[in-house]
Write a protein that binds this ligand. Structure first.
Ligand SMILES: Nc1ncnc2c1ncn2[C@@H]1O[C@H](COP(=O)(O)OP(=O)(O)OP(=O)(O)O)[C@@H](O)[C@H]1O
Ligand SMILES: [Mg+2]
Length: 266
C-alpha cells in the first residue's frame, strides 16, 4: 500500500461550551482515518456530527486536544503557526459560500494572483498569464478576470474559488459543502469540474456533504460521522450497499428508493 498523504490518529477536538461557564464540548472524539494521495474521501453525517471540525482540524485551522495529524508522515497536530507556514500552501479549503470567501473589493484576478505572489509561485511578470490559465482550467473565460465577486453567479464564483485553491498546487483540498448552495444544474457542472481537476492534478480531496447522491457520484471512499465519532469508513459502494450500522442504513435509506436509482448523477 502507498503511504497515506494524510493520517489522522485518535483525533479529539474540544470547544468551549457557550452554554456552560468553564465547560467544554467534544466535537471530535477519537477519530482515525487515512487519505491516500489522489483519493476523494467523502465525509457524511447529520448536522453537528463534526464534519467541518474534522476537515478544518486536518488542515490545522483548529488545534486538536489529542491525537496526531500526520501529513506525509510528519505530525502537524501541535506545530506553531510559523512552523505550519510551509505546509499551508499544500492544504487548501473550498467553502460552501463562495461570495463570503472572496474580498468584495478585490477583482477575481487579484484574488487568484495574491496567494500566487505571496507563496512566490510565480513572478510579477508571469502572474497575469498564470491567472488566465487558471481561469481557463476552471472553465471561466478571460473576461472574468477584472470582475468583482458580486458581478458573478454562485457557480462562476465557486469555479473561481476552486481555481484560487488549485493555483497553489495543493496536495489536499477540503471542500466543505462546496456545491450545496448551487442550483441543481450548476451543481452537476461543479461536481464534474472537481472530478476533472482531481483526475488531472492527482490531488486528494476531503469532500464534506449532506447529499449522499453527491458523495456516491464523486467519492472513492466515504466516512460516516455520528456525534463526533467515525462510525464507518469504506469504498462508496460497500458503505452504501452493505452498511454495517443501523445509523448508516437509516441515513442512506432514501438512496435506495426507486426514484433515486434512476441514473447516478446528482
Ligand atoms: N468554533 C466552535 N466553537 C464551539 N463549538 C463549535 C465550534 N465549531 C463547531 N462547534 C460544535 O462542534 C460540533 C460539531 O460541529 P461541526 O460544525 O463540525 O458539524 P458539521 O457536521 O459540520 O455540521 P453541519 O452539517 O451542520 O455543517 C457541534 O456541536 C458544533 O456546535
Ligand atoms: Mg459543517
Amino acid at each position: 500500500m502507498t503511504e497515506p498523504l494524510l493520517r489522522i490518529e485518535d483525533l479529539t477536538v474540544r470547544f468551549r461550551d457557550p452554554n456552560r461557564e468553564g465547560g467544554t464540548l467534544t466535537a471530535l472524539d477519537g477519530v482515525s482515518l487515512d487519505v491516500a494521495p489522489g483519493e476523494i474521501l467523502g465525509l457524511v453525517g447529520e448536522s453537528g456530527s463534526g464534519k467541518t471540525t474534522l476537515g478544518k482540524t486536518a488542515l490545522r485551522l483548529h488545534e486538536p486536544a489529542g491525537g496526531r495529524i500526520l501529513l506525509r508522515g510528519r505530525d502537524i497536530a501541535h506545530l506553531s503557526e510559523a512552523a505550519l507556514r510551509p505546509h499551508r500552501r499544500a492544504m487548501q479549503m473550498v467553502f460552501q459560500d463562495p461570495l463570503s470567501s472572496f474580498n468584495p473589493r478585490q477583482t477575481i484576478a487579484t484574488a487568484i494572483a495574491t496567494p500566487l505572489l505571496l507563496h512566490r509561485l510565480c513572478s510579477k511578470a508571469e502572474v497575469r498569464a498564470r491567472v488566465l490559465a487558471i481561469l481557463e482550467e476552471v472553465g471561466l473565460p478571460a473576461a472574468f478576470a477584472p470582475r468583482f465577486p458580486h458581478q458573478m453567479s454562485g457557480g462562476q464564483l465557486q469555479r473561481a474559488a476552486i481555481g484560487r485553491a488549485l493555483a497553489l498546487s495543493p496536495d489536499l483540498i477540503v471542500a466543505d459543502e462546496a456545491v450545496s448552495k448551487l442550483d441543481v444544474s450548476v451543481r452537476a457542472q461543479i461536481l464534474n469540474l472537481l472530478r476533472a481537476v482531481q483526475r488531472r492534478s492527482g490531488l486528494a480531496m476531503i469532500f464534506i456533504t449532506h447529499d449522499l447522491h453527491v458523495a456516491r457520484f464523486l467519492c472513492h471512499r466515504v466516512a460516516v460521522m455520528h456525534f463526533g465519532k467515525l462510525l464507518e469508513i469504506g469504498p462508496v459502494e460497500e458503505v452504501f450497499d452493505r452498511p454495517r450500522h443501523d445509523y448508516t442504513r437509516a441515513l442512506i435509506g432514501t438512496l435506495h428508493s426507486p426514484a433515486a436509482k434512476q441514473g447516478n448523477a446528482p
